[in-house]
Design a protein around this ligand. Structure first.
Ligand SMILES: *[C@@H]1O[C@H](CO)[C@@H](O)[C@H](O)[C@H]1NC(C)=O
Ligand SMILES: *[C@@H]1O[C@H](CO)[C@@H](O)[C@H](O)[C@H]1NC(C)=O
Ligand SMILES: *[C@@H]1O[C@H](CO)[C@@H](O)[C@H](O)[C@H]1NC(C)=O
Ligand SMILES: *[C@@H]1O[C@H](CO)[C@@H](O)[C@H](O)[C@H]1NC(C)=O
Ligand SMILES: *[C@@H]1O[C@H](CO)[C@@H](O)[C@H](O)[C@H]1NC(C)=O
Ligand SMILES: *[C@@H]1O[C@H](CO)[C@@H](O)[C@H](O)[C@H]1NC(C)=O
Ligand SMILES: *[C@@H]1O[C@H](CO)[C@@H](O)[C@H](O)[C@H]1NC(C)=O
Ligand SMILES: *[C@@H]1O[C@H](CO)[C@@H](O)[C@H](O)[C@H]1NC(C)=O
Ligand SMILES: *[C@@H]1O[C@H](CO)[C@@H](O)[C@H](O)[C@H]1NC(C)=O
Ligand SMILES: *[C@@H]1O[C@H](CO)[C@@H](O)[C@H](O)[C@H]1NC(C)=O
Ligand SMILES: *[C@@H]1O[C@H](CO)[C@@H](O)[C@H](O)[C@H]1NC(C)=O
Ligand SMILES: *[C@@H]1O[C@H](CO)[C@@H](O)[C@H](O)[C@H]1NC(C)=O
Length: 801
C-alpha cells in the first residue's frame, strides 16, 4: 500500500510537471494528492463511485467532490454518501484544509477516525454515521472550531466521549448514538450553548445525566434512550420550552417529574414526542401535561407512576400514541371521554394499572383511526359497550384479566381488520356468532371466563387463526368439525376445562401445523381418532379427563415432535404402546388402571433431566415427601431453589385451605394447585380453611388478602420451574405471610368480632397483584408498545453551508 501510494503521488507529480495542460498545474497539488491518497485507502468501491477519480478529469469534477472556484480550486465538500465504500479514512484528508462539509454516511469505513481531521478548522458538517469506524473519538476533533453538525451515529466507536467536545462552541447537532462507549455523558457538553439536537441513544452510557445539560437553552431534540443512565432527570431540562422531542426511554432513571400534587405547570409546551418508558419514575403524572398541546406521542409505559390520569386530554388534538401501561395509576375511565376529541389517536395502552370502573359508552366515539387498544389487567367492570364496534380500524384489542361481564357484543364482528383479540380472565358469558366475520384474526383468547352455550361454528371461517383458546369456560355441545379443520392454527388449540360432549371429529387431522392440542377435562367420548397422526407438528397432546374409549392409536408413532402426552382419566383399554419408547417425551400421563403393560422408561426419558411422570407415583422413587416435592424431582433432578419454591407454595396453599396435597380429593384430575387456581379469585371464600370461612363476612379487604396469599402460593407451585415465582421476590414478603396467617387464625380462635382489619401489610397485597403472582394459562399479551422511531432529527443533510 505504501509503495503504491508513493508511486501514485510520484506519477501524479511527474505527470503534472511534464504535461502542458495548465488546468492541472495551476491547481493546488495539495488537494489533488490528498484526494488520491483518500482513494488509495478505499478497498472496495462496488458501484464505481471513484472510477471518475482519474486524470482525464480535473479533480473538481470528480464524483462527490465540490470545489470553491474563488479559492483556486480548493475542495470544500466531499459527499460520498451511500456508495458502499469499504476502507479506512486516509489521514491525508486533514490536508484538504478548505473542507466545510464531509458526508460519508451509509458506507463501510472502518478503523479509527484519523486525528488529522482536527486540522480541518473550516469544517462545519461531519457526517460519518452508519459506518464501521472503531477506536475512540479523536480528541483533536475539538479543534474543528467551526463545526455545527457532528454525526457519528451507528459506528463501532469505543472509549469515553471526550470532554473536549465541549470546546465546539458552534455545535448545533451532536449525534453519537449506537456506539459502544463506556463512561458517562461529559458535563462539558453543557458548554455547547448553540446545541439544539443531542442524540446519544444505544451507547452504553452510565450514571447521571449531568445537570449542566439544562444550561442548553436552545435544545429542541433530546434523545437519550437505551443506555444505563441512573439518577434523576435534571429538573431544569423541564424548563426548556423549545424541546419538541424528549426521550429517555429504557434507562434506570428515577424520581418525579411533577410536584406531589401534580399541579406544577408543565412548561414543555412544544413537545411532540415524549417518552419515559421503562424507567423507574414515580409520583404523579403532571395534571397540566395537556398544556403540551402539540403532543403526538406520549409513552410512560413501565414505570411506577401513581395517582389519576392527567386531565383535559381533549386539548391534545394531535395525539396519536398514548401509553401509560404498567404503572400504578388509579382512576376511573371518565378520561376516555376527553380522549374522544383526539381525532388522530391510533394507540392507547393502559394495561396493568389500577384503573377501575365500567367503560363509558363514549369509547365508541374514539377516533376511527384507532388501531391498538389495551386495558388488560386492570379492574374494568361491567359489560363491553357495543359501540366498540365503531372502531373499525382496530387491529388489536387487549381486555384480558379484568372483571368484564355479560356477552361479548355482536358488534365486535364489525372490526374487520382485527388480528388479536384478548378477553381472557374475565366473567364474560357469550361468544357472538359474528366472530366469524373477523377474517384476519390471528389470535383469539377468551379462556377463563363464564362462557356458556356451544362453540359458534362460524369460528371455522377464521382462516388466519394461529391460536385459539377457549379453555376454562362452561361451553357445552359438541366440537364443530369446522374448527378442527382450521389448518392455519399453528400455536395452540385449547378447549380444555369445559363441558364439551360428543366425539373428537376426525377432521382433527387437518390441524397439520398445530403445536398444542388441549381438550382435557371435557366430556368427550368415543375413540381417539387415527387421523391425529396427520398432526405432524404436535408437541403437546392433552386429552386427559374425558371419556375416550378404545385403544391408544398405534398411528401416533408418527408424531416425532411430541414432548407431552396425556391420556389420563379416560376409559381407554388395551396395552401401553411400545412406540412411546421411541418418542422424546418430557411428560407422560397415562392412567394405568385402565391400561396394562410397561411404560418403556429407558426410551421415553432418554437424555432428559426434567421429567415428571404423573399418575403413578410408584413409577419412580420420589425424594422427600410426596405432594410437596416439585415435579421435576421425579427422576432424580438435583435439589434447586425452584424446587424449594414449589414446596413453599404447596405449604402456603395447605395453610390457608386446610387441605393436604395428598388428600383423597386430589387423587384424580385435580391437584391442590389446580384446586386453588380454579377458585381464584371469585370463589376464594369457598376453598379457604373452614375456620376462616365461618368466622368472617367476606369483607373486600379480607378477601383481597386471601386472594393475594393464595396467588403467591399458586405462583410458587407452578408445574414448570420456569414459571415459578422467584425466591428473591418471595423473600420480600414471606415474613408478612406468616404474620397474616397467625393474625387470621388468631382471629379465628378468639372469634371474628375482635378482628377489625384491615391490618394487612401492603406488601402482601402488592405481591398478590404482581404479574408473578397471577397464575395464567398463557401470559397475556397487550403490554408491548412499539416505541415509534424518533430518529427524525438527523435526516441526510440537504441544507447548504
Ligand atoms: C496549496 O495549499 C497549501 C495547503 O493549504 C497552501 O499552503 C498553499 O499555499 C496552496 N498553494 C496555492 C498555490 O494556493
Ligand atoms: C499532507 O500534509 C502533510 C503535512 O503537511 C504531508 O507530510 C503529506 O505528504 C501531505 N499528504 C499528501 C498526500 O500530500
Ligand atoms: C475516468 O473517468 C471518466 C469519467 O467518469 C471515465 O469516462 C473514464 O472511463 C475513466 N478512465 C479510466 C481510465 O478509468
Ligand atoms: C444506504 O446505502 C444503500 C446502498 O449501499 C442504499 O441502497 C440505501 O438506500 C442507503 N440508505 C440510506 C438511508 O441512505
Ligand atoms: C446503513 O448502510 C447500509 C449500507 O452500508 C444500508 O444498507 C442501511 O440501510 C443503512 N442503515 C441506515 C439506518 O441508514
Ligand atoms: C492533535 O492536536 C494536538 C493538539 O492540538 C496537536 O499537537 C497534534 O499535532 C494534533 N495531531 C494531529 C495528527 O493533527
Ligand atoms: C465549560 O465551561 C466551564 C464553565 O462553565 C469551564 O470551567 C470549563 O472549562 C468548560 N469546559 C470546556 C471543555 O469548555
Ligand atoms: C462493546 O464493548 C465491550 C467491552 O468494552 C465488549 O465486550 C462488547 O463485545 C462490545 N460490543 C460490541 C457490539 O462491539
Ligand atoms: C449500569 O450502571 C450500574 C451503576 O449505575 C452498574 O452497577 C451496572 O453494572 C451497569 N450495567 C451495565 C449493563 O453496564
Ligand atoms: C424552572 O422554571 C421555574 C418557573 O420559571 C423556576 O421556578 C425553576 O427554578 C426553574 N428550574 C430550574 C432548575 O431552572
Ligand atoms: C377539542 O379540540 C379542539 C381543537 O381541535 C379544542 O379547541 C377544544 O377545546 C377541545 N375540546 C376539549 C373538550 O378539550
Ligand atoms: C383507517 O386507517 C387508515 C390508515 O390510517 C386511514 O387512512 C383511514 O381513514 C381510517 N379509517 C377511518 C374510518 O378512519
Amino acid at each position: 500500500m505504501a509503495k503504491c501510494l508513493t508511486l501514485l503521488l510520484y506519477t501524479g507529480l511527474v505527470w503534472c510537471c511534464f504535461n502542458n495542460t495548465p488546468a492541472y498545474c495551476l491547481a493546488n497539488e495539495t488537494d489533488r494528492l490528498a484526494l488520491i491518497s483518500f482513494k488509495v485507502s478505499i478497498d472496495k468501491d462496488p458501484f464505481g463511485a471513484l472510477s471518475s477519480w482519474n486524470d482525464s478529469l480535473h479533480y473538481c469534477d470528480w464524483k462527490g467532490v465540490m470545489c470553491s472556484r474563488r479559492h483556486q480550486d480548493r475542495v470544500i465538500k466531499l459527499d460520498l454518501r451511500s456508495q458502499g465504500l469499504v476502507g479506512s479514512l486516509s489521514p491525508h484528508i486533514g490536508n484538504l484544509s478548505f473542507l466545510r462539509s464531509i458526508v460519508f454516511e451509509n458506507n463501510s469505513f472502518h478503523d479509527p477516525i484519523p486525528q488529522e481531521i482536527g486540522r480541518l478548522f473550516r469544517l462545519r458538517r461531519l457526517y460519518l454515521n452508519n459506518n464501521s469506524f472503531g477506536g475512540q473519538i479523536p480528541k483533536n476533533l475539538s479543534s474543528c472550531s467551526n463545526l455545527k453538525e457532528l454525526n457519528l451515529i451507528d459506528n463501532h466507536l469505543t472509549g469515553n466521549i471526550p470532554g473536549e467536545l465541549g470546546y465546539l462552541a458552534k455545535l448545533q447537532a451532536l449525534g453519537l448514538g449506537q456506539n459502544n462507549f463506556s463512561g458517562t455523558i461529559p458535563p462539558s457538553l453543557g458548554n455547547l450553548s448553540s446545541l439544539s439536537i443531542i442524540s446519544l441513544s444505544y451507547c452504553n452510557l452510565h450514571r447521571e445525566i449531568p445537570v449542566e445539560i439544562s444550561r442548553l437553552q436552545g435544545l429542541t431534540y433530546v434523545h437519550l434512550t437505551n443506555n444505563n443512565l441512573s439518577g434523576k432527570i435534571p429538573s431544569g431540562l423541564f424548563n426548556i420550552s423549545t424541546i419538541y422531542v424528549l426521550t429517555v426511554a429504557y434507562n434506570k432513571l428515577h424520581g418525579r417529574i411533577s410536584s406531589d400534587t401534580g399541579s406544577s405547570t408543565f412548561a414543555l409546551t412544544n413537545l411532540q414526542y415524549f417518552s419515559l418508558t421503562t424507567n423507574r419514575f414515580t409520583g404523579m403524572i403532571p395534571a397540566s401535561l395537556s398544556n403540551a398541546s402539540r403532543l403526538e406521542t406520549v409513552n410512560f409505559l413501565g414505570n411506577s407512576f401513581t395517582g389519576p390520569m392527567p386531565k383535559d386530554l381533549g386539548k391534545l388534538s394531535h395525539l396519536q400514541y398514548f401509553s401509560f401501561g404498567v404503572n400504578r395509576l388509579q382512576d376511573d375511565f371518565s378520561f376516555i371521554s376527553s380522549l374522544t376529541n383526539c381525532t388522530s389517536l391510533q394507540y392507547i395502552q393502559l394495561g396493568r394499572n389500577l384503573l377501575r370502573g365500567s367503560l363509558p359508552d363514549s369509547i365508541a366515539n374514539l377516533s376511527t383511526k384507532m388501531r391498538w387498544l389495551s386495558m388488560a389487567d386492570n379492574q374494568v367492570q361491567g359489560s363491553i359497550p357495543s359501540g366498540i364496534g365503531n372502531l373499525i380500524n382496530l387491529t388489536a384489542l387487549y381486555m384480558g384479566y379484568n372483571q368484564l361481564s355479560g356477552p361479548i357484543p355482536e358488534t365486535i364482528g364489525k372490526l374487520h381488520k382485527m388480528q388479536e383479540l384478548y378477553f381472557e380472565g374475565n366473567s364474560l358469558t357469550e361468544l357472538p356468532s359474528s366472530l366469524g366475520n373477523l377474517s384476519l384474526l390471528n389470535r383469539l383468547h377468551v379462556e377463563q371466563n363464564n362462557i356458556y352455550g356451544s362453540i359458534p361454528s362460524s369460528i371455522g371461517n377464521l382462516h388466519n387463526l394461529l391460536e385459539l383458546n377457549i379453555a376454562y369456560n362452561n361451553l357445552s355441545g359438541s366440537i364443530p368439525p369446522e374448527i378442527m379443520s382450521l389448518s392455519s392454527i399453528s400455536i395452540s388449540l385449547n378447549l380444555a376445562h369445559n363441558g364439551l360432549t360428543g366425539a373428537l371429529p376426525s377432521e382433527v387431522g387437518s390441524l397439520k401445523n398445530v403445536a398444542e392440542l388441549d381438550l382435557s377435562n371435557n366430556k368427550l367420548s368415543g375413540p381417539i381418532p387415527n387421523s391425529l397422526q396427520s398432526c405432524l407438528s404436535l408437541e403437546r397432546l392433552v386429552l386427559g379427563g374425558n371419556s375416550f374409549d378404545g385403544e391408544i392409536p398405534t398411528t401416533l408413532r408418527e408424531l416425532r415432535g411430541l414432548r407431552e402426552l396425556d391420556f389420563s382419566q379416560n376409559n381407554l383399554s388395551g396395552s401401553i404402546p411400545s412406540y412411546l419408547g421411541n418418542l422424546q417425551l418430557e411428560k407422560l400421563n397415562l392412567s394405568f388402571n385402565h391400561l396394562h403393560g410397561e411404560v418403556p422408561m429407558e426410551g421415553v426419558f432418554r437424555n432428559r433431566s426434567a421429567i415428571s411422570v404423573v399418575g403413578n407415583s410408584d413409577l419412580c422413587g420420589v425424594r422427600g415427601t410426596i405432594g410437596y416435592v416439585a415435579p421435576e424431582y421425579g427422576l432424580g433432578d438435583r435439589a434447586s431453589t425452584e424446587g424449594d419454591m414449589y414446596s413453599y407454595g404447596i405449604l402456603l396453599l395447605e395453610m390457608f385451605t386446610g387441605k393436604r396435597p395428598t388428600d383423597n380429593v386430589f387423587k384424580d384430575t385435580m391437584s391442590l394447585h389446580s384446586f386453588v387456581e380454579c377458585a381464584l379469585p371469585n370463589q376464594v371464600m369457598e376453598i379457604v380453611d373452614p375456620c376462616i370461612r365461618s368466622e368472617h363476612d367476606p369483607k373486600t379487604w379480607f378477601k383481597d388478602t386471601l386472594v393475594s396469599v393464595l396467588r403467591i402460593g399458586a405462583a410458587c407451585s407452578m408445574d414448570s420451574p420456569r414459571d415459578r415465582m422467584q425466591i428473591q421476590v418471595v423473600a420480600n414478603f414471606s415474613n408478612d405471610v406468616v404474620y397474616v396467617q397467625s393474625w387470621m387464625f388468631g382471629c379465628c380462635m378468639v372469634g371474628g368480632g375482635l378482628c377489625r382489619g384491615p391490618d394487612i401489610p401492603s406488601s402482601i397485597i402488592e405481591a398478590g397483584r404482581s404479574r408473578l403472582a397471577r397464575p395464567r394459562l398463557k401470559p397475556s399479551k397487550g403490554y408491548r408498545f412499539r416505541d415509534p422511531s424518533v430518529d427524525m432529527a438527523f435526516r441526510s443533510p440537504t441544507a447548504d453551508y
